[in-house]
Design a protein around this ligand. Sequence first.
Ligand code: NIG
Ligand code: FE
Length: 402
Amino acid sequence: PRPADRAGDTGSTLVTGIGSLVTNDPEAGSGGPLGLLADAAVVLEAGRIAWVGPAAAAPTGADRVFDAAGRAVLPGFVDSHSHLVFAGDRTAEFNARMSGTAYTAGGIRTTVAATRAATDQALDANVARYVAEALRQGTTVLECKSGYGLTVEDEARALRIAGRHTDETTYLGAHVVAPEYADDPAGYVDLVTGPMLDACAPHARWVDVFCERGAFDGDQARAVLTAGARRGLTPRVHANQLTEGPGVRLAVELGAASADHCTHLSDADVAALADAAGTTVATLLPGAEFSTRAAYPDARRLLDAGATVALSTDCNPGSSFTTSVPFCIAVAVREMGMTPDEALWSATAGGAAALRRTDVGRVAVGARADLVLLDAPSHVHLAYRPGVPLVAGVWSAGRRVV
Ligand code: NIG
Ligand code: FE
């Protein structure tokens, strides 16, 4: 067999010599939910995992062999929350914040103006750039929202562009009330649930709403989510980010796939998320608290109550301008009470659960062959060595892409 190379996307690949393999299949190995295997091998074929087990028992005859030389291999990261269709940046706002100005989400309108003014090509190039950046850091599945257009045409355009880069597209026409409707928020909700939804539904899998003071209240959020659901879009909610509010309970009541942020939670919110652990994932986005200098969500409280927790980047130019899941893992471990094992699970299997995907987020026969090779002996180093570019290789659907 010839050594694995980047062009090799046909035939089968044996990845062997894996010092520590995270499978997220508790039956397959030790370490509880992570299903850890030492001295492991994986066979990738036709874009899927064809075999997983001890290296000593690996089948022979693969078209190429890659020797991990004792390093760690994990499922590709599943980033279930990002806002990548935008133009411009908000450096000045970030600078002001780091001098003491509070984050209010009012800056969304700055990005809306820049995004509306951008060409399709410029927006597409931006998304491509950030998707590639994420891939280099191990993200093999990435959800992407609209929400910086806020007109029928600009929201539909954002989703068309997002759809060229991912199947996980989310209609977020209800990000904030469009400036043209500042005096008529009810009129804007009618637009979002009417003509804008008509134009966007064909290009989206999910519907989202920013349920927050200054954005949309519980009744408006319910109208947006139920209208989307009637058009076949499954709800997910920006909930309880800046203040306690009705977002989390609404997400659970409507069977949303995810309640995202979950920074300000009452005991009742935590209990609701725990009861809904099989339906509604609590998606934590520590990049947002990092970049807005706010208190982090309490992952420990959610995990101890029994909620399903995902970790994602929330990449956007305002509150969290990072594509790095490894960064989010390190922060979640240092600041949010997560163990390195929990954080790794949340960034892979947790993200998959938040997207209702069973084909990604794990290394098991039949799953998509999305793997990350770390220049480290175990996944723990992602938190132990913060800020170090440890991702040394990425396979996406069986193909070596990094
Ligand atoms: O998830 N909270 C709403 N939306 C984004 C922030 C958007 C922005 O500031 O541009 C978020 O944090
Ligand atoms: Fe967000």
